[in-house]
Design a protein around this ligand. Structure first.
Ligand code: MSP
Length: 525
């Protein structure tokens, strides 16, 4: 595989706090990054998908203490029992998983701090401000709101609804204010650097108002990475967490790998877009490194109209869904039902309705009917009807030829919902083709044997196309389909852009048994 920077597709999720177990909001970022990276890998890009955990800071330290264990013990427990198992729950094909307590991260963070200090971008000063432990961030007074319920009469964080703490400290500061103009120039020269436009506009307005320097050390806690030039301080958790994207890809230790991977595409929730589109590129500029390729902010999953979160008790565990519907349906649902970049409401009713209509009745039924007819009418051997140019076949082939590049364009524009919409045109067109061609009628007339061959071949060929192009979204069901079609080689190695060309299916091959792709869900279970 070529390794020029142009071929590189390096996508990273935020690294997740280990104070608590994963919920479906976290899982949403993960499945989006996974589907995008699988798609790009199968389109010939030199792909790397990084995810991991953010383990330092006050929030985790306090949770650990409240549970009577050390922060490291707590982090180890949560990573092993909850965060790494999430990778299996969601069927993620990540290339790396970084923990901020690993030596590779700590060593490179130390190096980065030393570099910025030597370059004169770090100085000592005093800070007093309102700190939200939930956000791990100082909050400007303007961002606080009046508390309600038990916090009535107090100023609280808008996101967490909990009181902020007043902190006064001797800190080290990063001269972020030096980079205001460079950042504005970056947003100007690369209009798609921050997406979607709503978030871009908000960030530009924020930077236009002027940037403060950033406090990057803490002396009141010891759960963090020591500041190399002052051992009485640890690094501010966000400052080191952002560095994971380069510490995991060889910065400071393996420059060849780093040059091959960097810059990354940063997929983030909109609540943390500012960290990634302002602080992070400023840090990189100070070190003389390229900013990320793009910062894409997705919306929030809402439950009952509110941002779903554990602290507000609206949290839903990913396994609550996958244990009933399976990981494919989880992945499909969140990527199809929500416009990527906007907020979206989750409801069990919507999930079950789509499972039933689109997966079980739409794709699942189509696949089982076609395989069953090949078994019944052609002794399980794919007939040589390839691919044919009669009007009905030509129409079906045209849908495939159009939908695959359109889905590719949508994936390149970070619109998985649209890509799935395009690919579903193939599902619908194939279902329509079978209804119109009535293979069960053709099967009764020996004169129509050739027509029947053509219909069965073309329908199965469309399934081949769907298996390849839907595999980044639903790796398990598409694998079953691929095997049932008797296709050789691994599905994950199939090239997506080629999948839209008709005639890729091999005639003369025996189909296998197709296990139900989307089994009926027992409502009582
Ligand atoms: N540790 C920081 C990120 C550091 S990156 C250098 C953090 N962690 S987090 O665990 O709180 O959140 C991780 C991601 O989950 C964020 O992108 C956040 O937007 C996303 N989500 C958390 N709740 C969410 C929803 N309800 N809906 C969608 N995504 C949400 O922030």
């Amino acid at each position: 595989m070529a390794t020029s920077a142009n071929d590189s597709f390096f996508i990273a999720t935020p690294i997740f706090y280990v104070n608590d177990v994963p919920h479906i909001g976290h899982a949403y970022t993960e499945v989006a990054a996974d589907a995008l990276s699988r798609w790009m890998r199968q389109s010939g890009m030199d792909t790397w998908f990084l995810t991991g955990t953010d383990e330092h800071g006050q929030k985790i330290m306090r949770t650990a203490l409240a549970n009577g264990v050390s922060p490291k013990e707590w982090a180890d427990r949560l990573v092993e029992q909850s965060w790494k198992p999430l990778l299996q729950t969601l069927d993620l094909a990540n290339d790396d998983f970084i923990r901020t307590t690993e030596a590779r991260h700590e060593v490179a963070v130390t190096k980065f701090l030393t570099l910025l200090h030597d370059k004169g971008f770090i100085y000592q000063g005093e800070y007093e401000g309102f700190y939200c432990v939930g956000c791990e961030e100082y909050k400007p007074a303007a961002d606080l709101v009046d508390g309600v319920g038990e916090f009535e009469g107090q100023k609280v964080c808008q996101i967490h609804g909990r009181p902020v703490e007043v902190l006064k400290e001797e800190n080290y500061f990063f001269k972020m204010s030096d980079f205001q103009q460079d950042l504005l120039d970056l947003y100007q020269s690369q209009p798609d650097f921050i997406q979607p436009p709503s978030v871009r506009n908000e960030i530009i307005a924020f930077v236009n108002r002027g940037l403060d320097d950033l406090s990057i050390s803490r002396s009141n806690i010891d759960w963090g990475i020591e500041v190399p030039f002052d051992k009485s301080h640890v690094t501010y958790v966000w400052f080191e967490a952002l560095l994971n994207y380069i510490t995991a890809t060889g910065w400071g230790s393996d420059e060849e790998t780093f040059a091959r991977r960097w810059p990354a595409i940063q997929l983030v929730g909109k609540d943390i877009a500012r960290f990634h589109a302002v602080i992070w590129p400023a840090m990189l500029m100070a070190a003389g490194l390229a900013p990320p390729k793009r910062v894409f902010a997705h919306g929030w999953l809402l439950v009952g109209g509110e941002k779903m979160s554990k602290s507000k008790l609206t949290g839903i565990a990913p396994t609550d869904i996958t244990s009933v519907f399976g990981s494919d349906a989880f992945r499909y649902y969140f990527l199809r039902a929500i416009t990527f970049g906007s907020d979206g409401s989750f409801s069990w009713e919507d999930l079950s309705a789509r499972y039933e209509a689109e997966l079980a009745n739409g794709l699942g039924n189509l696949a089982s009917r076609v395989i069953a007819m090949i078994t019944r009418y052609r002794d399980g051997v794919i007939p040589d009807g390839a691919p044919g140019s009669a009007p009905a076949e030509a129409a079906l082939q045209a849908v495939m030829a159009e939908a695959v590049p359109a889905a590719d364009a949508a994936m390149n524009a970070f619109a998985p919902h649209e890509a799935l919409g395009q690919l579903w045109r193939i599902v619908d067109a194939t279902n329509g083709y079978i209804t119109e061609q009535e293979p069960w009628v053709l099967a009764k007339d020996p004169q129509e044997a050739q027509r029947l061959d053509a219909v069965l071949y073309n329908a199965a060929d469309a399934l081949r196309c769907l298996a390849v192009t839907l595999s980044p979204f639903m790796p398990q069901a598409t694998h079953k389909l691929w095997v049932a079609l008797g296709m050789p080689g691994s599905l994950q190695d199939q090239n997506i852009p080629d999948a839209g060309f008709a005639g890729g299916l091999t005639p003369g091959v025996s189909v296998g048994e197709l296990l139900p792709l989307f089994p009926r869900i027992d409502p009582e279970a």
